[in-house]
Structure formats: C-alpha cells, structure tokens
Design a protein around this ligand. Structure first.
Ligand code: AMP
Length: 585
C-alpha cells in the first residue's frame, strides 16, 4: 500500500538546524563539523572534554546536563559543572590505581548516574569504555570481557554476585571491580564505588588523546563466531555532535530524552555523548517501558526532542491514542526512531496522534552514528529511513563472484546497503579480528549487511538483513552465541537459532534443537532448556521458544541452514537447496 507523504511546511521547521537539505549537503565538509567543537587546549580531541568540560570553561557550567529519574520517581539533577566534578572523581580513582590510556573499563549497570559518570570519567582518563547491557546473563558478559581484555569493571553488588563472581578468577586481566549499591559485607577483591568517589579529588586534567586514540568498545553480533568488538576512536565525537544537530535537531536549550540503554550503541552515542556535546539537558529514566510513565515524563520534564525505537512505538500504539489526551505533550518538538524497521503504520499513527511524525533514521554499531535520516525540514515518506547525512555517500550495490561489486543506480532496485568509508565515527577495527574487519570492505565500500532500495528522490528503504543476524526489540542477537549456549546443555546435540516475525518486538528468537541419544523430547525438557538459556544468556538474548527436531537441515560442509529453518517455519519457498545434505531432503 502507498502511504501518504507527510509534507513539511515552513512552520514545521522554524529554527531547525538543517533548513535546506540539498543546499547544506552540497557544501558540507567534515572540517566544518570539526570546527563546531573545541578540541583539547593542547591540541588533540577527547570525547569527555567535548561533552562536559568545554561547556564549563565557556561559562555554561550551571546548565542542567542530566536529570536522572529513579524507579521510584526520585530525581537527581547534575549541572554540567556537577557532572564534571563526578567525572573527575571517577577519572582520579582510575588513575590512582594505575589504570592508564588504552586500558579497558567495562560497565554492567542499569541506567544509574554512576554509569554516565563512569563512561565519561573513563574517556577523560584516556581509557577505553565498554558498556554491557545489564540484562545479559553470565555467558555473554564473560565472552565480551574476555575478548575486550577487561581491566576494570563497574557493576552493582547484586549483578556481581550473580553474573561475575562465579567465573571472575578465569579472567586474569580483570584487576579492579567497583561496586554500586553495596551491602555491609563487600565481596572479596571488590571496591565500594561511592566510598572511592567520595575520597577522590574532583579536579582532573584530561589525559591527552589524539583523534585516532581508541575510546569506545561496543560489542555486536555476527552470524557466526564470537561477538565482535567494534573499536571507535575519540574523533568519533565529531560525528556524534553533528548528527545530533542535523538528524535529531538538537539545540542547546533542548530537553532531550533518548530511551535507549547505554548498554547498546544508541544509548552511548545519543544517550550520553551527542546531547552533552550539543549542550542540551538529557533525561535519564531508570525504569523500564511503561506507556503512562513515558507520557508523564514527556509532559512533566517538558521534553522537546524524543528519540526512541520501533518496539516501544508499537507498544505505545497497542495502548492506544486515548491515553495521550490525558497529557500535555505540546512541548515535544521533534520525534525520532532508530534500530529496526519503523512501520509506515507507526509513522502515520504518530502523525495522527501527536500531530507530528516519528522520523526514522538508520545506523549500526559499526557506523558509530546516524548515517541515513529524516530531517525536520524534509517531507517524510512513511516506511523510508530517509536520506544520507550530509557528508555520507550511500550506495546500493550488488556483489558478484570473486568479490566484485557494482553500484545499482536504478530506482527501487534491491541490493546491499553500502557506505563510502571515511567519516569520523566509522569503526576502526573489530578488536583483534583483522580478517573479519577486512571482509566488510570491497570496491571502496563498507558493506553494511543490510538490503535496501533507493527511490528516485534519493530516499532509502530498508528491505532486510543479508545475513542470519536477529533483531529483537532493537537488540542485535547473533544466532551462534545462542546456539553455543544451548549446545552446552547435556541433552542438546545440535541447535539452530532464527528470528521469526513478532508484531511487537520485530523478531523473536526461536531455537530448533536435535537431542542426543538417550534424551526424549518433552514439554519438561523444553522448559528446562528455555530456563538454561535464560539463566546463561539473560532475558534479552535467550530464545522465547524451542522446537525439537530429529535432525537439523545442514549443508554438505555441516553448517546448519538457518535460512531453511526459517523458510519452513514461515511456510515460504525453500529457495536454493543444492547445498543441502542429501539425507536431509
Ligand atoms: P546495531 O548495530 O545493533 O545498532 O544494529 C544495526 C542494524 O539494525 C542495522 O544493520 C539494521 O539491520 C538495523 N536497523 C537499524 N536502524 C534501522 C532502521 N531505521 N530501519 C531498519 N533497520 C534498522
């Protein structure tokens, strides 16, 4: 079905940062974007300095940087100056212990103020910050901290006892564990974070970092193999800043709410860095999704720019439009969405319900920042991700045998979404995996692994993933990681994991399992396996459903054909099955 284009009128973008897309894009240069930031006084660039210190030095220290709302509605306010002081304390507790430039500091925290302080304090100390999602179970945590060579972990006492302590001794690199929410009996070899912060000085000189110094390590998932550690450098802040300005229309007087958790890249790039470099006030809500709570926050906090995700929007749609009439949402100026396909229905619903549409945008952990977007001054075509950020060259390409690539210019022809490398927040490596990194590039393009189309007006339309990676509730899940944990259960001989369509979460993780001899398929065993996976992987990653099969379809080389599992599950054509092992047919 053709969805009606949402036309923008001049009154829709009064004061917007990007008034004329064509004109701005035609004269854009990254050096201009760089010039919007200050740089360190002695040259170099540091994300934490750009986020906080430069505002304090420019006399904007009293502005509200972060308003934190606790689960029980308690509020803590941090001015830029106060946030800066806490960041300095954290940087000092690292430096005092010899945690140095390049050392890896991991966090496993809910959305508590300490998370934001640790992220920026780590960067100010020139160490590398790696946030983990707090709903991960011990397996994904251990895998990521091992790959990342974690030296420091900041977590809560409860998470530590449940998810870290049982295997801590196996990770020799881990020297310091700082704990929040400590009880009186602190576990052995851990440090009470609030006591350490209270004793530390609140002044700290930014440790010098150059543009190519590593700053952030975000983990993402591929179809096979271990999670990939995506390396971002301090120069990335140039992209965090300008994309916030152009795609989210962030301005210094904005009250900005990004609902993403900093355990995922959106929650760091746009839930910490971009709003602060732009001098806005960011709202942080500790609690999980609740429609009424969300509308209350939008109203009571006078949120002007709201950045959320399709799963949440679909949950709001389920609750209905009626509830929104109880709230005054008139301060909300701009709404944006990211992370999964935003259905045209959701765009139309938001335009009808709020009088303004959600603006979809697209990016990945690897790109570090928004690459394709809708803008306040540009018509929205519901279902489209929008147009490339100024400075970003996007192509639709076709891969041929022997790795050759051809760009497809015909409108609405499907191909792989590709980007010309060279923007500041482009990943610099998959940590210690040169080969995997190299495979992302061909013919001068970075290949995103997504399939898309471009229309005659230059708008991009998402089609799907080119691989087996699953997107559930906005979280990228590698089937291999889930299969590996299932295989560790004594009953499991083989496991194949796919995403199946789900009306709210986009996709739902489903596993197919073949049992070892001596085990019988039963509902009790299914429940046991679901429990095993949930305990080890955490609720964000574990399968929601498990089906038993006698055998799983495999290629002749022994690889499980997830594509075929999916086609059979959905009753779709099986496609090319020439590589299927013969006894499986
Ligand atoms: P992540 O690296 O976890 O941020 O996931 C990136 C992937 O999420 C992309 O490669 C897409 O498959 C998907 N994605 C992100 N934004 C969008 C969007 N606006 N529309 C459709 N898919 C999206």
């Amino acid at each position: 079905m053709e969805w009606e284009r949402i036309r923008k009128q001049p009154e829709d973008h009064v004061g917007a940062n990007l008034q004329d897309y064509e004109e701005y894009a035609s004269r854009f240069a990254w050096s201009q974007a760089r010039a919007l930031l200050d740089g360190l006084p002695n040259g170099g660039i540091n994300i934490a300095f750009e986020a906080v210190d430069r505002h304090v030095l420019a006399g904007r220290g009293d502005r509200l940087a972060m308003r934190w709302i606790g689960r029980g509605d308690q509020v803590r306010d941090f001015s830029y100056r106060a946030l800066g002081a806490q960041i300095n304390r954290f940087a000092n507790i690292l430096a005092q212990r010899g945690v140095a430039k390049g050392d890896r500091v991991f966090s496993l925290l809910g959305r508590v103020p300490e998370l934001y302080v640790a992220a920026l304090g780590t960067l100010k100390n020139a160490s590398v910050f790696s946030p983990l999602f707090s709903a991960f179970g011990p397996d994904p945590i251990k895998a990521r901290m091992t790959i990342g060579n974690a030296k420091v972990l900041v977590t809560s006492e409860a998470f530590y006892r449940r998810k870290i302590e049982p295997w801590r001794k196996e990770l020799a690199s881990l020297e310091y564990v700082f704990l929040t929410e400590c009880s009186t009996g602190l576990p052995a070899d851990t440090i009470d974070l609030s006591a350490a912060l209270a004793q530390a000085s609140d002044s700290f000189e930014t440790v010098w970092t150059g543009p190519e110094d590593m700053a952030l390590l975000h983990f993402t998932s591929g179809t096979t193999g271990r999670p990939k550690g995506v390396v971002h450098v301090h120069e990335a802040v140039v992209a965090h800043h300008i994309t916030g300005r152009l795609a989210l229309d962030l301005r210094p007087d904005d009250i900005f709410w990004c609902t993403a958790d900093p355990g995922w890249v959106t929650g760091t790039s746009y839930g910490i860095i971009s709003p602060l470099t732009n001098g806005a006030t960011m709202i942080v809500d500790q609690a999980e999704f609740d429609a009424e709570r969300w509308y209350r926050i939008l109203q009571d906090q006078n949120v002007t720019v709201w950045y959320t995700a399709p799963t949440a929007i679909r949950m709001l749609m389920k609750v209905g439009a009626e509830i929104t009439r109880r709230f005054d949402l008139s301060k909300v100026r701009y709404m944006a969405s990211v992370g999964e396909p935003l259905n045209p229905e959701a765009v139309a619903w938001s335009a009808a319900t709020f009088g303004k549409p959600f603006h979809d945008n697209w990016w990945q952990t690897e790109t570090g920042g928004i690459m394709i977007s809708n803008y306040p001054s540009m018509d929205v075509k519901p279902g489209s991700m929008g147009r490339p950020l100024p400075g970003i060259k996007v192509g639709i390409v076709e891969r041929f045998e022997r790795g050759e690539l051809r760009e497809i210019t015909k409108p609405m022809a499907m191909g792989e979404l590709a980007l010309r490398p060279g923007w500041p927040s482009m990943m610099r490596a998959y940590l210690n995996e040169e080969e995997r990194y190299r495979k992302c590039f061909a013919g001068g393009w970075y290949l995103t692994g997504d399939l898309a189309m471009r229309d005659s007006e230059g708008y991009y339309w998402f089609v799907g993933r080119a691989d087996d990676v699953i997107k559930s509730a906005g979280h990228l899940i590698g089937p291999f990681e889930v299969e590996s944990t299932l295989m560790e259960h004594p009953a499991v001989a083989e496991a194949g994991v796919i995403g199946i369509p789900d009306p709210t979460a986009g996709e739902m993780v489903k596993a197919y399992v073949a049992l070892r001899n001596g085990f019988e398929a039963s509902d009790a065993l299914r429940k046991e396996l679901l429990g095993h996976a949930r305990q080890r992987l955490g609720p964000a990653v574990a399968p929601k459903d498990i089906a038993f099969r006698q055998n799983l379809p495999k290629t002749r080389s022994g690889k499980i054909m997830r594509r075929l599992l999916k086609a059979r599950e959905l009753g779709l054509p099986e496609g090319d099955i020439s590589t299927l092992e013969s006894e499986e047919r």
